[in-house]
Design a binder for this molecule. Structure first.
Ligand code: 9D3
Length: 243
């Protein structure tokens, strides 16, 4: 069935945004997934519909009210779906999480704004926080879009079968080797001759070596995982085929 995404935000107009274009947009139009953006402010009461207040204990900024966030979550009406809050305090989003979410029925995402959300509603509902990396955004909305893009492209029927298979064997353990296409010479730069040789064994070795070297230089942390060398060996396009 349709994979359901619900987003709770103070800026529902930001959605679908970039998710309405390209791969995710086509899948959205095709009914592979659905997206509802819920306005948190609609759950606020009182003449001013205020969603935030000053922090107890003092300090800068404002805090999202527990009662308002709780009512917004209830109003979204998707208690059966996994629930995540986008927050700079969360554990890092990774490919394994994107895959796990894509394998489930969907997700509800709470986007924070201001300094943060009253801790009591996070505790009361056992809400897991998740971050997309160590840099400061102005709110959780763009992070929610990143998470949704990462999950949606893995849904059955979104990517081509060839892409999915390649991804399965590679799954982010090494950086990719360099790619080239025509013309064979551009502004005096030639494509590596081995790629024009038709020697598939030599090409596979060159690509494996190039990927390993790039990973060593840029992301040595990936190589410290014992799975990395396994991935290099198992990866189809990097393994020499004996005739
Ligand atoms: C001074 C303390 N700041 C924490 C680093 C406060 C703060 C900054 C920015 C609180 C919230 C935000 C808004 N960011 C997000 O909501 C967010 C986020 C991010 O900033 N970086 C990476 N991932 C994420 S997920 C949500």
């Amino acid at each position: 069935m349709t994979w359901q995404a619900h987003v709770l935000t103070l800026f529902p107009g930001m959605f679908p945004g970039p998710l309405g274009e390209s791969l995710a947009g086509r899948a959205l139009a095709g009914g592979i997934w659905s997206l509802s953006a819920h306005d948190i402010r609609a759950a606020a009461s009182g003449r001013h519909r205020s969603v935030d207040d000053t922090p107890f204990g003092g300090g800068p900024g404002m805090v999202m009210r527990a009662d308002v966030v709780d009512a917004a979550i209830a109003a979204a009406g998707a208690p059966h779906l996994p629930f995540l809050c986008l927050s700079p305090r969360g554990m890092r989003l990774d490919q394994a999480r994107a895959r796990a979410l894509a394998e489930g029925p969907g997700v509800v995402l709470l986007c924070g704004r201001y300094e943060g959300i009253d801790q009591r509603v996070l505790d009361a509902r056992g809400i897991e926080e998740i971050s997309i990396g160590d840099y400061v955004l102005s709110g959780g909305e763009l992070a929610a879009m990143v998470l949704l893009d990462a999950a949606v492209r893995l849904l059955p029927g979104v990517m081509g079968a060839a892409d999915s298979a390649a991804e399965e064997s590679f799954s982010g353990k090494l950086l990719e080797y360099p790619h080239y296409t025509r013309p064979a010479e551009w502004q005096g730069r030639r494509v590596p001759e081995v790629l024009l040789s038709g020697n598939h064994g030599a090409i596979a070795r060159w690509r494996r070596d190039a990927a390993l070297e790039l990973t060593r230089r840029r992301r040595p942390d990936l190589l410290r995982s014992p799975l990395a060398t396994e991935a290099a060996a198992a990866n189809d396009c990097m393994t020499e085929k004996r005739p």
